[in-house]
Design a protein around this ligand. Sequence first.
Ligand code: ADP
Ligand code: MG
Length: 338
Amino acid sequence: MGKIVQLPDDLSNKIAAGEVVERPASVVKELLENSVDANSQWIKIELLEAGLRSIKVIDDGDGIEPEDCEKAFFRHATSKIIDEFDLFRVKTLGFRGEALASISSVSQLTLRTSTGDQTGTEMIVHGGEILSQQKHTKRKGTEIIVENLFYNTPARLKYLKTIHTELGHITETINKMALSHPDIRFECYHNGKRMFFTPGNGNLLQVIQQIYGKKIAQNMMKIENDSLDYKITGYIAKPETTRSNRTFISLIVNGRFIKNPVINKAILDGYHTFLPIGRYPIVVLQMEMDPYLVDVNVHPAKTEVRFSKEKELFDIVKQSVYDVLHQQTLIPSGVKKE
Ligand code: ADP
Ligand code: MG
């Protein structure tokens, strides 16, 4: 008698959820990515107890058609890629078709959605099981409520940190998402209190101001560089404004915020002697490139990427930072007004 069994779907979804949904902030990230991919112009986030009790994301995006609602919860079911060719030219934030399957397998989820031209749908999914699907009138857009995250995976629940820590992770996620999409209006509430909003008018400096405050925004310098393969834009802080850790360096590739030690190093090398030892700058760097030049299929959380011409990008980033800082120091202080 053989010993190998094919695991049932609900169990394999739970296993996959371990990689995709590490903590409430991962749910927020995945839901926001879906709202961005659905061409939303406005996204509202409502949290209760740092998302441990409830995470609600509402958008005014494309919505999901009634016949697609059930499929949206299947694993590896996506409207964003259809073949291998697409996988190497991903233009959307999502493409793995895993998030809704994973999130709904470890929470109690409600989906309300409408494409605007037909009656909307409401679905309730608890622990991966669809409890109900019914018609729902609603204006165009999608609302997803994730309650009692990890209620059926006690080990994961135990591993979560304090409300304060989890809220910190969520705030960082929303900040980076807003910095990546200055054209989208974000609004965030925690326990009924407004934490944060962005105007959604495409002005990155205004988003920086909402997140880091007016003083820092006034101390940022514009960075811009166009090469054959890469277009770099964004803001870097004057060297006198530094921080004690790297979390204030935001790297954005084609609208996706990423973590990348190589680009971090390029920035720090560009600052070179301008930075005191152990201090880090505040940077928001947007890098646009042909999707073919960046592989986003490295890890389920999609924040790690691989660049096919890493050295070239490293040099361009380093040089761009260096140039901005040196132009700045050539101008006698007091002459240049922001
Ligand atoms: P992926 O984003 O990788 O495609 P998800 O599991 O996150 O996978 O979502 C599955 C599908 O559900 C998406 O491909 C999309 O078609 C649909 N979807 C999810 N969230 C939204 C949303 N907010 N607005 C419109 N469609 C959505
Ligand atoms: Mg997704």
